[in-house]
Design a protein around this ligand. Structure first.
Ligand SMILES: [Fe+2]
Length: 487
């Protein structure tokens, strides 16, 4: 089905949350004067968001949600007012697709038209569409299959690839889930890279990086892997980085020969244990390895250390249902969530204990008070499906006290669907969870988006919403910083 036919298909649907995947072509920059409620005076800073700004290039559709070109949006809050701007990341893929009005590069689930001859040995393109962060005076858009792209935070203009000195190069990757170390302020991040050919096939490795704010003196280590893994995120504590390699294997033969996409070669092996790897950041070396029952881990919430244990929380599923719909977002009926789990790793014995948070609703996109990244914290925020509205994209905010198990579950509003919600503390917080939840919410009835601000301790009560006169396509990850970056 080409992109135009998909639009007609979407328009005819009843479940019109699908329109939230349609493109926003216009790039805006101005004050947002339409506000429901009153913006808090102590909310100062910028909510950056990244996600595919379009699912088509001209008349051709991308074959997977992961392949749409990255579009950064930035909502700035200052003195009780809000400013909005958005801009596509000018990657080579975006520029060529945009100029030619067609899909000119391969993607995770997208082939160039013309069969295997057009795709053989062609690398996958980098849409810079997954994450965005402000670290070391650099605003960067991330995609786990390539290098970050640096942006001007005032204008969102693309400045070019970021290699952190010579840590990366045009052929190496870094994930979209870098985390800021609580003590050093460094960015801890990782990438999966092909390292050569062996007698058993392609060799690859997990590269872990400790990146200072000024980008100089990066410390790295390389951990060989026996297969090309699914590894999207990790847990960070004060002294350790925790990785869990899911029971997923990618077969690279078809993608290399150009006959199939990488997405089509994602295989879940229900018999294959997950592999845990703990890296000691002081020595940049592997200090523990362990196995976990078969499963799929996508996103980590916060992690911390006690005297003897590492404790990390992540969403886990035992179904590839959460992957299947990504290849055709215009046909999905329900975006599946996963179960939040807590993993305890005994540092002395290496024993592990994995338990689900039994009474927590399923969901995804975990967030926490990032001032406490890697440190003991009790509050996890994520999005799920509100009771009675189990269809479609995510439509509820969940707050979970991971110590007591107490949780709230709040519907984001009639006909509304939400991307990831982020937490930011109030100006003078009294407790760890004394802050605001910020989320871009799509209103399917008007085909517009709003930026909702809620009290994280009482999410039922909306404090304010910035009502945009356009929609923002559903996205992946964002970042909140106290800086404002207004021209
Ligand atoms: Fe992610």
């Amino acid at each position: 089905m080409n992109a135009e036919a998909k639009l007609i298909n979407v328009a005819q649907r009843n479940c019109d949350f699908h329109r939230g995947f349609l493109a926003l072509q216009e790039e805006r920059n101005g004050w947002a004067n339409n506000v429901r409620g009153t913006l808090p005076k102590d909310l100062t800073g910028t909510l950056f968001r990244n996600g595919p700004g379009a699912m088509n290039a001209g008349s051709e559709a991308y074959g997977h949600w992961f392949d749409g070109p990255g579009m950064i949006s930035a909502a700035t809050f200052i003195d009780g007012k809000a400013h909005f701007k958005n801009r596509y990341v000018r990657t080579p893929k975006y520029l060529q697709d945009h100029e030619e009005g067609r899909v000119s590069h391969r993607g995770f689930g997208t082939q160039i038209k013309g069969g295997w001859r057009k795709n053989i040995l062609r690398p996958l393109s980098n849409p810079a569409n997954t994450g965005v962060s402000w670290h070391g005076d650099k605003l960067c858009a991330f995609y786990e299959g390539g290098q970050p792209y640096r942006l001007n935070p005032e204008t969102l203009e693309t400045l070019g690839p970021e290699y952190y000195g010579s840590t990366l190069n045009p052929r190496t990757t870094i994930s979209a889930h870098g985390k800021i170390h609580p003590r050093t302020g460094n960015q801890i991040n990782f990438g999966i890279n092909l390292t050569g050919l062996g007698w058993r096939g392609i060799k690859c490795a997990l590269d872990v990086h400790d990146i200072p704010a000024d980008g100089h003196g990066v410390r790295s280590c390389r951990i060989p892997l026996d297969r090309f893994p699914f590894l999207h995120d990790f847990g960070l504590t004060e002294n350790y980085a925790i990785f869990v390699v899911s029971s997923i294997n990618f077969q690279l033969g078809g993608p290399l020969l150009g006959t199939t996409t990488l997405s089509e070669n994602l295989n879940y092996n229900e018999q294959q244990a997950m592999r845990g790897i703990v890296v000691d950041l002081r020595t940049m070396s592997v200090t523990r390895e362990f196995e976990l029952p078969p499963g799929i881990v996508v996103h980590f919430a916060n992690s911390f250390e006690t005297n003897d244990e590492l404790i990390t929380d992540f969403f886990q599923t035992k179904s590839t249902e959460g992957f299947a719909w990504l290849g055709d977002v215009f046909d999905v009926q329900t975006v599946a969530g996963a179960e939040l789990h807590r993993l305890r790793i005994d540092l002395k014995t290496g024993h592990t204990r994995l338990e689900a948070f039994d009474h927590a609703p399923t969901g995804e996109f975990p967030a926490w008070n990032t001032n406490l990244t890697g440190l003991s914290s009790e509050h996890c925020f994520y999005v799920g499906h509100a009771p009675g509205r189990e269809h479609g994209f995510f439509n509820s905010f969940v707050t979970l006290n991971t110590r007591t198990g107490a949780c709230t579950h709040t519907d984001v509003g009639e006909n509304r669907y939400t991307s990831e919600a982020l937490f930011t503390p109030k100006a003078r917080p009294k407790t760890q969870d004394d802050g605001y939840l910020l989320a871009v919410v799509y209103d399917a009835s008007t085909h517009r988006s709003e930026i909702q601000i809620r009290d994280a301790q009482n999410p039922e009560e909306e404090i304010a919403a910035v009502l945009l006169d356009h929609h923002i396509p559903f996205g992946f990850h964002g970042h909140f910083t106290g800086d404002t970056f207004l021209q």
